[in-house]
Design a protein around this ligand. Sequence first.
Ligand code: IPE
Ligand code: IPE
Ligand code: MG
Length: 253
Amino acid sequence: MSFLKFLQSKKKKNEPCVDFAHLPQHVAIIMDGNGRWAKKRGMPRRAGHAAGAENFRTIATYCKEIGLEYLTVYAFSTENWKRPQEEVSAIMGLLKKYLLEAVSSMERDKVKMKFFGDLSPLDPELRGLCERTEEISKRYDGVQVNICLNYGGRDEILRGAKNFADACLNKETSPGFLDEETFGEYLFSKGVPDPDLIIRPSGEVRLSNFLLWQSAYAEFYFTDVLWPDFSKEELLRALADYQSRSRRFGGAE
Ligand code: IPE
Ligand code: IPE
Ligand code: MG
């Protein structure tokens, strides 16, 4: 065997083995660990968020390339307002920057974008950008990227319950019609299939109020890698791991 062939066979052995014909339909990521990534380097937390935003771009583009249908990312939770004002502003500034760039490259990228979460407390410029991005990109039918912004799973369920109750009061429906599918129509994720795989980098092993309703039968993948370091290879590792699972949904094998 030539040295080159030997190297190639070695590389293949170490590479996660993913069946690209059977990817999960919907992958969701809790983009966590930006602060610790910055701290390790003696940098301010906002530098970690900037690196995290850059990595989001890389991973979202890669998901499109491999043909994933839905990618949902947790960008800012309903609890993240507790952080220092300076950090919240830095995150919001990065979101604005990202969306301005996304709008200008939309014709080329053709990514459909949606926002899950209550956008009303956001500053009007950011809110306007979110609405514009959704509006312009709704005609694309390739990958759909859902950005959870001021999102909380409990908040989403409560809103759904209130909106359903209002629809009942307005005589548009009645409690007898409420089932899981119907309730799904009252959530931010309306029309989007449940996530098949939820990835959380950074070593934390919890949901932190992410997709509580939708995660009922999701597979989980946890890794100690911090989000800014979560590379394409890490994603392939998560996908390969997912493909090794047996999903039974309560049934028997
Ligand atoms: C995730 O990274 C980004 C947001 C929550 C907005 P963190 O900022 O939570 O990073 P760690 O967990 O402190 O390392
Ligand atoms: C979850 O991460 C929210 C996002 C990644 C946007 P957090 O860092 O806020 O979660 P906790 O506080 O560790 O549970
Ligand atoms: Mg965190």
